[in-house]
Design a protein around this ligand. Structure first.
Ligand SMILES: [Zn+2]
Length: 242
């Protein structure tokens, strides 16, 4: 290696950076230890390197930077397309919601009529009822012992509510009691619990007329404390509408 070879290429820079293989390094050292000028150049390069340390492959960086920029631009373009798509979907959803939130005028009209009808019924229900029927019922076992048929309850058109007075029988356990209304086919029409025995040894139950089917009906009482079979008190009757 001579002075020209050493200084025209990047041998000194690569030597200082430690990028040379052992053979090339030996050749560089063999020259610059002999040559004062080249020794000075190496010292200068080493001082520069210490002053401005940085990645050695300076020439590759712009390429990388462009690649990164291009990738970034592609990403931005893709995101832009995605955002446009999301905006369009959002707009469609908003339009669909707006359509759902405003029902057609016919539906609004029908709802208004239903509300008016309900208000009329509510007003009627909050008025006293004249000639409201009261029906006394004896337990089945007592009725059958007397040989009588099950009583008939006649309901006129305007009747809103029937009050049943049920005489307690011997089979009932301690209270409180559950109560159910069963139609002729054995289906439970209504049931509840918390029924209490009065001091006259009776139970009272006011039932809306609309709840009672026409035909055979049974009211069943059962102690909620004593649920053994056979401890059910049953009151049978027939409903006839005029
Ligand atoms: Zn030299």
């Amino acid at each position: 290696v001579n002075c020209e070879e050493l200084r025209n290429g990047d041998l000194i820079e690569r030597y200082v950076a430690g990028d040379l293989d052992a053979a090339a390094r030996d050749r560089v050292e063999a020259h610059y230890f002999e040559c004062d000028d080249c020794f000075e150049q190496v010292q200068l390069a080493r001082a520069l390197r210490e002053e401005f340390p940085g990645p050695p492959r300076v020439r590759e960086r712009p390429v990388l930077a462009y690649a990164a920029l291009a990738a970034g631009l592609i990403l931005v373009a893709a995101c832009g397309a995605w955002i446009v798509m999301l905006r369009r979907e959002n707009l469609e959803l908003e339009q669909r919601l707006a359509r759902a939130a405003s029902p057609p005028p016919a539906a609004i009209e029908r709802q208004a009529q239903e509300i008016a009808a309900l208000r009329t019924r509510l007003d009627a229900l909050s008025q006293p009822e004249l000639n409201a029927p009261i029906v006394d019922l004896e337990p089945d076992d007592r009725v059958r012992r007397g040989g009588a048929p099950s009583p008939v309850v006649e309901l006129a058109g305007g009747v809103r509510q029937i009050t049943f007075v049920l005489t307690a029988g011997e089979v009932l356990g301690p209270g409180p009691y559950s109560v159910s209304i069963v139609d002729g086919a054995g289906r439970v029409v209504w049931e509840s619990s918390g029924l209490r025995r009065s001091r006259f040894d009776t139970f009272t139950l006011a039932v809306p007329a609309a709840l009672l089917p026409t035909g055979a009906i049974a009211i069943r009482l059962r102690s909620t404390a004593d649920t053994r079979p056979g401890r059910v008190q049953e009151y049978d009757f027939r409903v006839v509408r005029r």
